[in-house]
Design a protein around this ligand. Structure first.
Ligand SMILES: Nc1ncnc2c1ncn2[C@@H]1O[C@H](COP(=O)(O)OP(=O)(O)OP(=O)(O)O)[C@@H](O)[C@H]1O
Length: 926
């Protein structure tokens, strides 16, 4: 165990970028270390802390706290603390207590290793080179975080994910139509934010029935393991905030909304990203908010990034939609009346944006409108103009909604309805019309013997054999009664799914239904089954009754009509003649055409004609007039929406030109097979066994002589993996290895955190050099230590500067690529290797100095470029916020100040770029 004393300086072996640590205190068996360069404090177990004691040797160049350059001439130790004796540039001597060393100090270990003859195989040097190159490619990649998900490359999803995750602290409503992949979009966004370090603590809140589906989707598609918190798990941790025990948490909305202690604990959770699924449950009106809304509003107010997901943003009224936008951007959405008035003016804005998008010329009226909307626009590109119009005059960058109409490839829907005579007992009911939409609930038990829908269902199931059938009805009791009747009267075993079942039972039922062999053919679901679940492997849907709200109907059909559906969806509806159900059926089929297509205006039509609909349900004579009015209104509203709000939305929800770039970029990386090549090289060097398996797979196992006892993420009994996307989609049991897979990422980290390959020597047999000659290949890494919240890596990620110096100190790196420098690795003959180095010590030392000089010049250019990028981005953001403040008094001055402050901090951080020698290789041409 190390001997720690407060005031000592230590380095993290695995995270050199933290800078120099200082021991703050010993706490039991732990030691608390501060890293002043990044402002972080870490607690380590003393027994196995991955820390290195910093002890500088005479001759080393260092700096003190004030940045003064010094050379160490000696040292003395007192009570475990070191004082360095140093000399400054003027030759004056100083005694420097170790606590006063520059917090960002780095060490030239490769240089020391080389000169003292500690050298590794040059294949590690090459792997190191490739590792840093990959890090740089990744940092600048538009598809970072999108590459590694086990998903098909669906353009609109990729574009939304890239757009949203590229923002500083995204707060958006993902409102694609049902089944178009909002969960996948959210997963891609959070995956990217996790990989870039912009999010670490993530809270996903969903309705309870969807918890498991989220858990599984995050695991199998993104390799993310969320901790699932229900009441039981929450109660199991009593002495501290249970949410602090995990970084990525999945939790039911109910728990937070109805249990004050859980709600409070979540509020203290310091999340970076909050995701709320089925966000239409958060109801809001100017007079009242729901407990669900309140808790999410409180969480959203203290969480920088927020994603709300709903397929039905207008469900339960347009005010609720405004309420949810308000959660995301209270500055932009501050007044419902103003929002409504603004929406009325979207059509001309949309027309203008469309002309810009289609590259049509603008006339004088357009120019005037543009100026009135955006102020001075000189110098802005068309893309920037569109961006600003959408941002400031549509629902902004805050809302994304893709529709099936805009996305090709969805199969058709076919309506198959059957009229059946209503039994007398239903006809004679005096209950109100809405209650008579589910007439079986108005009679005593035994309804399944008289209701003709049951006989019809049995016959339909027989006709459809062997196809699977999903039935959805409003109530759990109907589900139970139907199951009993199907078994008793026809020997049919149906799986069931309703709110009275435990979540585990529901998941089991869904899995039983999904199983290709041995599974059940029919699943009976109550309404709850119609939210969020994936049943696209089914092609027949039975709507045993109809919901009153169009959004619920769309949710039901959306279980089948989703990405992955391969056949025409057949919607079977039994209609009891003369019943309110018949009127409702006609309203949907003839008025809204809502069975065979999505009717965007349906929620608004429902809100406006609700009373007439209720009247028609009670008195069928009103039906014809209602249906005619519905047709007129929906045609008009659909046209308005297409020209106004929805056109603007569509404009920014999917730009095919942009998404094509992303798809191409991922396809190119997939096809390049670089990750496969790198991993196979690494496995070989490390001693991991691998061989081709079935199909395109590879079987990987720990080898008998591995460099370390274990290899990251490799189980003792090995695993089967694939580097091919299509293969990964077809075989979920195979790990999908990309640059973003945890095994690959940890492999890269393993190398950069170690000394492997930091010094090596190669004997060249051929090359464009005269014989004999000696060259030095130097890999410098420039980075910028700064607090994580600043995300300085967006502008200056760790950057490789490669130099290839000949004996005269000329840099040939541009002319001679790393990969052409192949030869014999001299580590096989250490004696010769050391002799070569010892004979050239003074030349090598002077080349190392020359290298440092050249690398510093390169860093100055990097610094300038990073500064320009940062200023462009933050100035644009400042401009946007200031412009919004002009039209919206509720944009707070402190928001603008905070942004300005961040810009200043970034500016300071970017002037402190650090350079260190990561690896060095001697090349000898004999
Ligand atoms: N890119 C993709 N590759 C493979 N499968 C996908 C992709 N996108 C979506 N899917 C699958 O399509 C189905 C629908 O996706 P998802 O659940 O994300 O949709 P949704 O919009 O959230 O649906 P809902 O509106 O019902 O909540 C899921 O089974 C999902 O796994």
């Amino acid at each position: 165990m190390h001997d720690f004393r407060p005031g000592q300086r230590w380095l993290s072996e695995t995270q050199g970028e933290l800078g120099l640590g200082i021991v703050l205190a010993i706490e039991g068996r732990c030691v608390r270390i501060a890293f002043p360069a990044t402002g972080e404090t870490r607690l380590y177990a003393m027994l196995d802390a991955p820390l290195l004691r910093v002890e500088l040797a005479p001759g080393e160049r260092i700096r003190d706290h004030a940045g003064r350059p010094l050379v160490v001439t000696g040292l003395r130790t007192d009570a475990g603390l070191i004082t360095y004796l140093c000399e400054d540039a003027a030759g004056q001597t100083h005694a420097l207590p170790e606590a006063q060393l520059d917090d960002r100090l780095r060490f030239n270990r490769p240089q020391q290793r080389l000169l003292s003859g500690r050298i590794d195989s040059d294949r590690w040097f090459t792997l190191r080179y490739r590792t840093w190159r990959q890090g740089m490619r990744e940092a600048g990649s538009p598809v970072l975080g999108l590459l590694g998900a086990r998903v098909a490359l669906i353009p609109h999803q990729l574009q939304i994910a890239a757009d949203v995750a590229g923002r500083d602290a995204p707060r958006v409503l993902l409102a694609d139509e049902v089944g178009l992949g909002k969960t996948i979009e959210a997963g891609l966004i959070l995956h990217r934010m996790l990989l870039t370090g912009r999010a670490q603590r993530v809270l996903i809140v969903t309705p309870e029935p969807l918890l498991n589906q989220w858990l599984v989707e995050m695991r199998r598609r993104f390799n993310l393991r969320f901790a699932l918190f229900d009441r039981e798990r929450f109660d199991a941790i009593a002495d501290s905030n249970p949410f602090e025990a995990e970084q990525q948490v999945l939790c039911p909305l109910d728990l937070l909304a109805t249990q004050p202690d859980a709600g409070r604990a979540a509020l203290d959770g310091q999340w970076d990203l909050l995701v709320v699924d089925e966000a239409h449950h958060l109801t809001w009106s100017e007079q009242q908010t729901s407990p669900e809304y309140d808790i999410i509003a409180a969480l959203a107010a203290r969480t920088p990034s927020v994603l709300l997901l709903t397929a039905t943003p207008d469900r339960l009224g347009h005010a609720g939609h405004f309420g949810r936008l308000r959660l995301l951007d209270p500055a932009r959405f501050h007044d419902y009346a103003a929002f409504q008035a603004e929406e009325a003016h979207y059509a001309p804005v949309a027309a203008l944006a469309a002309r810009l998008l289609d590259d049509e010329p603008l006339d004088a009226a357009d120019e005037t409108l543009l100026r009135s909307l955006l102020g001075e626009t000189a110098g802005l590109s068309r893309d920037e103009l569109i961006e600003r119009l959408v941002d400031r005059h549509g629902t902004g960058r805050i809302l994304f909604r893709n529709t099936r109409a805009a996305i090709p490839g969805f199969p058709a829907r076919q309506l198959l309805h059957t009229e059946l005579p209503a039994p007398d007992v239903y006809r004679s009911s005096t209950a109100d019309a809405v209650a008579r939409l589910t007439p079986e609930r108005l009679v005593d038990s035994g309804w399944t013997d008289t209701d003709p829908r049951v006989e019809w269902l049995i016959a339909t199931l027989r006709d459809l054999r062997p196809a699977k059938v999903l039935l959805i009805c409003a109530h759990a009791q109907t589900v139970l009664d139907l199951r009993e009747a199907l078994f008793r009267r026809a020997g049919i075993h149906a799986a069931i799914f309703h709110e009275g079942m435990e979540i585990v039972e529901r998941d089991r039922a869904a899995a039983y239904f999904a199983a290709v062999e041995d599974g059940t053919r029919i699943l009976l679901c109550s309404e709850i089954g119609s939210e969020g679940r994936n049943f696209q492997f089914v092609h027949h849907l039975v709507l045993f009754d109809l919901p009153l709200e169009p959004d619920l109907l769309e949710q039901r059909i959306g279980r089948l009509d989703r990405i992955g559906q391969t056949e025409t969806i057949r919607i079977h509806v039994p209609v009891l003649t003369g019943s309110p159900g018949e009127t409702l059926f006609r309203w949907y089929a003839e008025g809204l055409d809502a069975f065979t297509a999505i009717c965007p205006a349906a929620p608004i039509v429902f809100a406006q004609l609700r009373e007439r609909l209720l009247a028609a349900l009670a008195d069928p004579c009103e039906s014809d007039a209602l249906i005619a009015a519905t047709r007129d209104l929906s045609a008009r509203l659909n046209a308005d929406l297409a020209a106004g709000r929805d056109r603007l939305l569509e404009l920014h929800s999917h730009r095919p030109a942009r998404s094509a770039v992303l798809v191409d970029a991922i396809e190119e990386i997939d096809a390049g097979r670089d990750a496969a090549d790198y991993m196979k090289g690494f496995w070989d060097a490390f001693g991991v066994e691998h061989e081709s398996g079935a199909g395109g797979s590879v079987v990987v196992r720990p080898g008998p002589q591995m460099l370390h006892e274990t290899f990251p993420r490799l189980p003792e009994d090995g695993l089967t993996a694939t580097f091919e996307r299509a293969d990964a989609l077809a075989h979920e049991d195979r790990e999908f290895l990309t640059w973003e897979h945890p095994m690959v990422r940890e492999t890269l980290e393993l190398l950069t955190a170690s000394d492997l390959g930091t010094s090596s020597i190669t004997l060249l047999r051929e090359g464009p050099f005269k014989r004999p000659s000696l060259l030095l290949e130097l890999l410098y890494v420039a980075d910028c230590p700064a607090p994580p919240a600043l995300q300085v890596g967006r502008f200056l990620p760790p950057t490789l500067v490669r130099l290839l110096l000949d004996a005269e100190g000329r840099n040939l790196a541009d002319e001679v690529a790393h990969k052409t420098l192949r030869g014999d690795c001299l580590t096989r003959n250490m004696k010769v290797a050391r002799a070569v180095i010892q004979s050239q010590v003074s030349l090598l030392a002077s080349l190392l100095e020359r290298g440092e000089e050249l690398a510093r010049q390169a860093v100055a250019d990097l610094e300038t470029a990073a500064m320009t990028d940062m200023r462009t981005l933050l100035d644009e953001e400042l401009e946007r916020l200031s412009a919004l403040a002009q039209i919206n008094p509720s944009v707070r001055a402190d928001e603008i100040d905070a942004l300005r402050n961040r810009r200043d901090q970034l500016e300071r951080a970017l002037t402190r770029v650090h350079l260190r020698l990561d690896a060095v290789r001697v090349l000898v041409m004999a």
